[in-house]
Design a protein around this ligand. Structure first.
Ligand SMILES: [Zn+2]
Length: 134
């Protein structure tokens, strides 16, 4: 669901563990929950430049709820920049273009559109021809 291990059920009692994370050189002293410092979380931490690292001496990769929330919050604040990174800058964002540019573009490619298109519709039409330099 959200990439974390199941928190609802925990049948096998485990000894109390301390969160494995080091936050900005300070080893976290909170008790770890059932969430673990997975590859996916590590990726989020790296992307968000959170000052978190797993302590190898911990011997496990479970993290406390505090840090779990921190990472979760950071992830939910995904900004446009991330999606641009994923696209690797290949795609032209036609929505940032001026309507006049879009209309020129439309004419240039003799795109079949109805008259009086609004900008959103023009953007849709222009998306057909991504990869062309403006
Ligand atoms: Zn912690």
């Amino acid at each position: 669901m959200n990439g974390y291990q199941s928190e609802s059920e925990d049948n096998s009692p485990k000894p109390h563990r301390v969160c494995c994370l080091i936050e900005d050189k300070d080893r976290c002293k909170r008790l770890a929950g059932n969430a673990c410092y997975s590859k996916r979380i590590q990726k989020t931490v790296a992307q968000k430049k959170l000052k978190l690292a797993a302590a190898e001496s911990a011997g496990h990769i479970y993290i406390c709820n505090y840090h779990k929330d921190m990472i979760q919050t950071a992830r939910s604040k995904r900004k446009r920049k991330d999606s641009e990174d994923e696209n690797d800058g290949q795609e032209v964002d036609v929505s940032i273009l001026q309507t006049s540019t879009l209309r020129r573009y439309k004419r240039h490619f003799k795109l079949q559109t109805r008259p009086g298109l609004n900008k959103t519709q023009l953007v849709e039409v222009s998306k057909i021809c991504t990869g062309v330099e403006f």
